[in-house]
Design a protein around this ligand. Structure first.
Ligand code: FE2
Ligand code: FE2
Length: 279
């Protein structure tokens, strides 16, 4: 039991109101902004794929606690998809960003993955992607200053997403262990997930930068390199936790980071309440 999720997974419906978004909403830096836009573009369909992959095995799970966690996981991911979809649509409406073809590409690629990969392989891929989102979320929650200085709505949205990715980080993993548990497939799928994650996010970022004529903006490229590698260093700092996944006895809650979300949940909920009262 020590390996199971040590907290309650709560589904929170946030319904953020999207404000006017500056074109380069992250530090006025096109490279960082379009990296974050690329991530946001992959989320709604990616998260629907995760829901589908876990739901395929829901009927095989007997443990009532894990069954309840699956329900909460599905509720959280569905809400994340909905909020990021609204954010992505605002980027299209306000800035005419060419995201529609990228969203369609995601839909086609994931429809292909559903046909090409077995259900157990889809679940293993989901376990890999969920570890990625969990360790990125951990970095965001450990170094919130970079995101807290942004507009309250989107800093809250990314932090809320990070909190819930943390809460449910072991659900797909526990389902996988229950219904399959193959170490080799888990490793293979993580290598594939890593390849797809890097390819998709950097290709989309590249395409958006090219569209804006910002590929040659070296000041902003250096700012992005600093963001990835040094401060907050989201890429370099996730490497140890990323590598832990390859240990045969790995479990996501061996990285116990509950302390990062307790106060954060209260702040996010009171912000959302204030926004509702002001509306
Ligand atoms: Fe999510
Ligand atoms: Fe997730």
């Amino acid at each position: 039991m020590a390996n199971k999720t040590p907290l309650t997974i709560t589904v929170r419906r946030m319904d953020y109101d999207i404000p006017t978004i500056p074109r380069y909403w992250f530090d006025n830096n096109p490279w960082i902004t379009h990296f974050m836009n690329a991530l946001s573009t992959t989320f709604p369909d990616g998260e629907r794929f995760f829901i589908h992959a876990v739901r395929n095995f829901e009927q095989d799970i007997k443990d009532p606690v894990l069954r309840a966690q699956i329900r909460a996981f599905i509720g959280q991911e569905a809400n994340h998809g909905k909020e990021h979809e609204a954010f992505n649509q605002a980027l299209i409406d306000q800035h005419q960003l060419p995201l529609t073809n990228k969203i369609q590409f995601m839909k086609n690629a994931l429809a292909y993955a559903k046909k090409r990969y077995s259900k157990r392989h889809q679940l293993a891929l989901t376990v890999g992607f969920e570890h990625f989102t969990a360790i990125l979320a951990d970095q965001m929650l450990k170094n919130p200053a970079a995101i807290e200085k942004l507009n309250a709505m989107y800093s809250d949205m990314f932090l809320w997403h990070a909190v819930e990715e943390t809460e449910h980080k072991a659900v797909a993993f526990d389902v996988y262990q229950e219904v399959d548990g193959s170490y080799l497939l888990r490793v293979q799928a993580m290598l594939e997930a890593t390849f797809f994650f890097l390819l998709l996010s950097f290709r989309m970022q590249h395409s958006l930068l090219k569209h804006d004529g910002k590929l040659g903006d070296w000041r902003s490229a250096l700012g992005f390199a600093k963001f990835l590698l040094v401060s907050p260093g989201i890429l370099t700092r996730i490497i140890p936790q990323y590598l832990d996944f390859y240990r045969p006895n790995f479990h996501p809650w061996q990285h116990d980071n509950r302390h990062l979300i307790t106060g954060r949940v209260k702040a996010l909920e009171s912000n959302a309440l204030r926004a509702m009262e002001a509306a």
